[in-house]
Design a protein around this ligand. Structure first.
Ligand SMILES: Cc1ncc(COP(=O)(O)O)c(C=O)c1O
Length: 401
């Protein structure tokens, strides 16, 4: 699943390069840094991996979403369609951008569906924040057609889906801007970090300024730089970038191993009547960080979770009851509990957050259990896990038949 499985000498070497110079700051200090520019190298490596013209590294996946929104021109009072199943950072970023989240339905891809988005569009809709969940991707043809039809801005949060693609285009590059997380749990980690990607020079330059107090980064005298736009500090440190660089180089290898394991798991578990899997619109583009199992109904999924726990099966997420990934548990957002007023309080929620009806989402997430795939599994480990998973699922199916 995560790059952390392979943390080793390559990461240490990149960190040591930085420690040798002592320049932990990503900009300037040209004389002292002995031509060591880890943030720049990290960005170039991510751009190469995903085929982006521009990549810009920041402190986290969460701040990368914020930069992606700002660079796409989304701000105060704009209505942005978001999914009710995502890591909560996506929704937080919309709110802290000053915008207003509007929740829409997902489908079996685990991402927003074109149908769900269409139903949520109002005359005030400015953008869609499409989140590619659980290592997979959304139905991009249908969503892109809708984006064009309604002249919307698309921003992609591929926090969990770097190195996934659809028909050869990487997640993050369908919209004006996109982004990835490099936190501790992702396919590649920087400890903490995030990267915003785009093919637009204008969006890239805006993100570059926005994430560093508006600095234009022209010349080598920071004190004399211009500030084309207002910004804040989301700068990544050279140490985090160094780790992210070494980890990004490992991603093709991790993706290949993940896909092999996922295929084996789908073949084996797919033999059990009643077991299906989340839809992968382009199976060749799966980053395969998760195996996403769909059981016939919520009761069976809950029973399977109990069986997994009873039989010592670890490494899965039941998102339906998870506190951070599913709207049912986001009471603070629904009830408007904030440290300080946001535009949702000032302008009013664009939807009745407490009485929202999202039946397709409820049904899909209720049935979903996601297993984190470890690239480092041996064949024996995988077989043992599969036997336990299979017994637990079959027991749950019998008990809830
Ligand atoms: C879809 C998604 N977006 C954003 C984030 C936030 O990333 P970070 O933890 O690096 O801030 C995450 C983290 O899990 C995520 O899954």
């Amino acid at each position: 699943m995560a790059g952390t499985e392979f943390f080793g000498s390559e990461e240490k070497k990149e960190i040591n390069d930085v420690l040798e110079t002592g320049v932990l700051f990503r900009f300037n200090h040209d004389a002292q840094r002995n031509n060591i520019w880890k943030a720049r190298e990290f960005e170039a490596e991510v751009a190469k991996l995903v085929g982006a013209k521009y990549a810009h590294a920041v402190t986290s996946g969460s701040t990368a979403v914020l930069c992606a929104l700002a660079a796409a021109g989304i701000g105060a009072g704009d209505e942005v369609i978001v999914p009710p199943f995502t890591y909560i950072a996506s929704v937080e970023a919309v709110i802290f951008a000053g915008a207003l989240p509007v929740f829409a339905e997902i489908d079996e891809t685990l991402c927003l569906s074109a149908e769900g988005i269409r139903k949520a569009i109002t005359p005030k809709t400015k953008a869609i924040l499409l989140v590619h969940m659980c290592g997979q991707m959304a139905q991009m043809d249908e969503i892109m057609a809708l984006v064009k039809e309604h002249n919307l801005i698309l921003v992609e949060d591929a926090g969990q889906a770097m190195a996934a693609s659809y028909k050869g285009v990487s997640t993050g590059l369908f919209g004006v801007t996109g982004c990835y997380s490099f936190d501790f749990f992702k396919i590649a980690t920087a400890g903490e970090g995030g990267v915003m990607v785009t093919n637009s020079e204008t969006a890239y330059k805006l993100a570059d300024c926005f994430s560093d107090h508006g600095h234009d980064h022209i010349g080598n005298n920071r004190g004399m730089e211009n500030h084309p736009v207002l910004g804040f500090n989301y700068r990544i440190s050279e140490l985090h970038a160094a780790v992210g660089l070494a980890q990004t180089r490992r991603v093709p290898m991790i993706r290949t191993l993940n896909n092999q394991h996922k295929k084996t798991m789908m073949t084996e578990l797919g033999k059990i009547p009643g077991v299906s899997f989340a839809t992968i619109p382009d199976p060749n583009g799966d980053s395969a960080t998760f195996l996403n199992i769909l059981l016939p109904n919520t009761a069976t999924a809950m029973r399977a979770v109990e069986e997994f726990n009873k039989n010592g099966v670890a490494g899965f997420n039941y998102w339906f009851t998870n506190m951070y990934h599913f709207i049912n548990q986001w009471n603070h957002i629904k009830e408007g509990k904030v440290a300080a007023k946001t535009n949702v309080q000032l302008l009013g929620a664009p939807q009745d957050y407490i009485n929202m009806e999202l039946p397709k989402t409820q049904e899909t997430i209720g049935r979903l259990i996601s297993f984190g795939i470890k690239a480092s599994w041996t064949e024996a480990e995988l077989n043992e896990l599969l036997a336990k998973m299979s017994n637990s699922i079959q027991a749950a199916l019998v008990q809830t038949a």
